[in-house]
Ligand binder design. Structure first.
Ligand SMILES: [Fe+2]
Ligand SMILES: [Fe+2]
Length: 287
């Protein structure tokens, strides 16, 4: 059962003067990725076809993800009437294909599948918490608060399955760490970069993964505060079987936060140079 619907959103409180145009671009991209939830449910159905209860939970989870897409898509269309959510999603869905007709997890084990899913939910819950804190637009704040709470529940759901399968498969901590870290690295793959392109730059020439990944990262990492990364790191550590509240986890969080802000600033400079608008400070500093 969904914990909220689009009718629970107070759309009448929308305030156009509070729209951040850079955040709007991120929200449009997020709407497309979220809307693709059923594609993941089909994949999970293939992998866990012998567990009907799990398959049922996967479809409920996917319906919530699709609703995240619908809410963010509707908000984006209100904020920018030139944005056509269904049109952009049709393009995204056709281009970004997940593995189908598989009988086993692409992560190599059932435990690995759910560790990877936990990492995704760490990422989304921290993203929407960061956006909810950053935006002053009342409707977007409400939507992202609802979504962040859903993502946290999704994490708990998948963590339960990861623990269950770990008791059967007994993967080493190193293997679990590699799976978790590998999924973090995958955030630079085509899914988010293409979503950013399809939602914001479709008419600007052909897709270029590196270019649109930089443009996405330059914006999205700007919105995070340290507390969001600290929490996501603790959740990720727990998912791979490491102590969540340890000096190692805190060090990881600090380094991750600094690296994210470094990348955001670097790509912002790169973008300004691309636009031929270098500032005196940029001219002094190496690319
Ligand atoms: Fe979601
Ligand atoms: Fe989720």
């Amino acid at each position: 059962m969904k914990h909220w619907t689009l009718d629970d959103i107070e759309w009448e409180k929308f305030d156009p003067s509070k729209i951040d145009p850079e955040l709007l671009k991120v929200i449009k991209a997020a709407s497309l990725v979220e809307k693709n939830g059923f594609e993941y449910a089909r994949y999970l159905e293939d992998v866990f076809s012998d567990d009907p209860a799990l398959v049922k939970a996967a479809w409920i989870w996917a319906a919530e993800e699709v609703q995240h897409g619908d809410a963010l898509g509707r908000w984006s269309e209100i904020a920018d009437p030139s944005f056509k959510f269904e049109e952009a999603f049709a393009d995204f869905e056709e281009t970004i294909q997940l593995p189908t007709d598989v009988s086993d997890s692409i992560r190599g084990s059932h435990t690995g599948e759910f560790i990877a899913r936990c990492i995704v939910e760490c990422g989304t819950s921290s993203l929407y918490s960061a956006i909810a804190a950053a935006t002053d637009e009342p409707v977007l704040k409400q939507i992202t608060q609802y979504i962040a709470a859903d993502e946290l529940r999704h994490y708990k759901l998948f963590y339960g399955y990861a623990k269950h399968y770990q008791s059967e498969e007994n993967l080493s901590r190193w293997t679990r760490f590699k799976i978790g870290f590998g999924r973090v690295i995958e955030t630079d793959d085509d899914e988010l970069s293409y979503a950013y392109y399809a939602a914001n730059h479709k008419g600007d020439g052909p897709y270029d993964r590196e270019r649109y990944n930089k443009l996405y990262v330059a914006r999205v990492y700007d919105f995070y505060q340290f507390r969001h990364i600290e929490r996501a790191s603790a959740m990720a550590f727990k998912a791979v079987g490491l102590k969540p509240h340890s000096w190692m986890c805190m060090t990881f969080a600090r380094l991750s936060f600094r690296f994210m802000k470094f990348r955001a600033r670097r790509f912002q400079r790169w973008e300004r140079k691309q636009q031929g608008a270098r500032t005196p400070a940029d001219a002094r500093s190496p690319a």
